[in-house]
Design a protein around this ligand. Structure first.
Ligand code: N01
Length: 509
């Protein structure tokens, strides 16, 4: 095993990890590495290659503000183009030379005596390790596929494919297919499969609200204008952003104001489905916005196809040959597609990161759920910054905006800790508790709490620890500077005075 030391280690080379690398480079930090288990940049947008994978946030907003792309080919981008965009931004900033691809982090632990993180990872089958003063977790909440815990699924004799681990070699043409799930991934997969499969059963547990997707290709004259008309792309981006913030206001404080969205969605059902019984089956029974509002023009017409059956009876078990529902009906299939989401509030990554008291994030969060300060720092985990950490998720606009807000916070953390010779920061329990109380208070009037749905925004205790309530510009404002007063800090001088292996001398700055 080899060990080396860096100032900063970043885990994850998706939008957040790459953004951190670029900002650190611009700040003059050279001593950092980027670890990722995959083989290029892109994270979620590298891994989700299922047919139809695309973004439901308009292209102009779904990009870094510092790397606008006038070349987007469509108003909503598809996975290959976003993946290519992320890699081209990485190339432009020469981040590739900092990346250790094929590196799976297995364990990270804070060493209180040496004031650094020790990070163990495997690379090309070999165990490696490094130490870093600061650890940045940019693994993303949608990285660990959630395989449904359905009786007998392991005994299925055919193929089981998760949406985020697509088998590109599997030929679906003419096959009998079951799709479990009707979330954002499923509504993109099903219309594509519907064009080629012999027969498809779609297992719906909860019908989602789905509005039309006004996607279209850009004309070359538009791309010319995005490139050459000063401020045009930023203005379009600003318009999309502002409209989405209105939706955020409705979701957080005035769910009834979202009624027009419900009407648009109901019209989408009427337009897409002829059969009244099927229309009824796909009509959601919870308030719009409680779960992610989906966008598709093809979902309802696909369910209306002769070779597609919507199954609303609960799944009882999987057999060697197919799926049996609670009413006793058995439907045999060749392949089961599980579009059942991700481990968000219970990610296995949380079991691998250990703080100052030797406890993992999973252990610390097992009591009250995921909590951090400003979605970034967790009490008891010094010098660890999470990107897209607790309470930073969104259901209505671009996550890249939230990531960039956190990157401002990161840059100021680096500036202040370097300038003041600070070697250890730990957010105080009081600051973290007050911040999270503010989040929970803000949620009380929200559609996510009152909308009558179960969603992946809630953890096992029923708490919403994933979402940012309210306007995203408020988060931007709160993360503008690293508010050191919220942290216990230790300087290098204090460390030296206390002796190399003594307990830290901390001051609340
Ligand atoms: O996952 P989901 P996803 N038996 O958790 C069902 C982002 N995303 O991969 O609703 C039967 O939303 C579950 O049923 P229910 C986006 O943030 C973005 O689709 O819980 N069914 C649900 O229907 C999104 O929110 C884009 O009752 C089971 C589905 O599986 C997030 O990723 C595109 C089940 C899971 O839906 C996750 O989306 C795609 C079981 N045991 C994804 N377990 C963009 O466009 C689960 N289900 C940006």
């Amino acid at each position: 095993m080899t060990t080396h030391d860096v100032e900063i280690a970043i885990i994850g080379a998706g939008f957040s990890g790459l953004g951190a690398a670029i900002k650190l480079t611009q700040e003059g930090v050279e001593d950092y590495v980027l670890l990722d288990r995959g083989h290029d940049f892109g994270g979620t947008w590298r891994d989700n290659v299922y047919p139809g994978a695309a973004c439901d946030v308009p292209s102009h907003l779904y990009s870094y503000s510092f790397a606008l792309n006038p070349e987007w080919s469509r108003s909503y981008s598809h996975q290959p183009e976003i993946h290519q965009y992320i890699n081209s931004v990485a190339n432009e900033h020469s981040i590739g030379e900092k990346a250790l691809f094929g590196s799976e982090v297995t364990h990270a632990e804070w060493n209180e005596d040496l004031r650094h993180w020790r990070i163990d990872y495997t690379r090309d089958g070999k165990s490696e390790s490094l130490t870093a003063r600061t650890l940045i977790g940019g693994v993303g909440p949608l990285c660990e596929p959630n395989l449904p815990d359905i009786e007998g699924i392991e005994s299925f004799g055919g193929t089981v494919v998760h949406s985020a681990r697509w088998d590109e070699d599997y030929d679906f043409a003419g096959k009998r297919v079951a799709v479990i799930g009707t979330g954002a991934s499923a509504i993109q997969i099903v219309p594509q499969l519907g064009k080629v499969v012999g027969h498809m059963d779609v297992y719906q547990r909860t019908a989602p609200w789905i509005i039309p997707r006004n996607e279209r290709p850009y004309f070359s004259v538009e791309n010319w204008a995005f490139k050459n008309v000063p401020g045009l792309q930023s203005a379009i981006r600003g318009g999309i952003y502002s409209f989405n913030e209105l939706v955020a206001a409705g979701m957080t404080w005035a769910p009834k104001a979202l009624k027009p969205v419900e009407l648009i969605s109901r019209a989408n059902i009427l337009r897409g489905i002829r059969d009244p019984q099927l229309r009824e089956a796909v009509t959601p029974k919870f308030a719009v916005g409680c779960k992610r509002i989906l966008k598709s023009n093809e979902w309802y017409p696909t369910l209306d196809q002769d070779n597609v059956e919507l199954v609303t009876d609960g799944i009882a078990r999987v057999t060697k040959t197919g799926i049996v529902t609670n009413d006793g009906t058995a439907r045999d299939v060749d392949v089961i597609v599980v579009a059942t989401g991700f481990h968000v509030t219970d990610s296995p990554v949380f079991d691998t990161i250990f703080g100052a008291e030797g406890k993992s994030l999973a252990e610390v969060w097992s009591v009250g759920g995921m909590q951090a300060y400003k979605g970034s720092f967790v009490h008891g985990f010094p010098n660890l910054m999470l990107l897209i950490g607790p309470s930073t998720g969104l259901g209505h606009t671009s996550m890249v905006y939230m990531i960039e807000s956190q990157l401002n916070y990161l840059v100021d953390y680096v500036r202040k800790t370097r300038a003041r010779g600070i070697v250890r920061v730990d957010v105080t329990q009081e600051a973290q508790d007050a911040f999270n109380k503010g989040i929970q208070d803000a949620l009380t009037s929200s559609v996510w709490v009152n909308g009558g749905c179960a969603s992946w925004y809630k953890d096992e205790h029923g708490n919403i620890t994933v979402l940012w309530p309210g306007f995203t510009f408020s988060f931007r404002q709160q993360t503008r500077s690293f508010d050191i007063a919220a942290y216990d800090v230790t300087t290098a001088d204090e460390t030296a005075a206390a002796g190399e292996t003594a307990s830290p001398v901390t001051v609340n700055a």
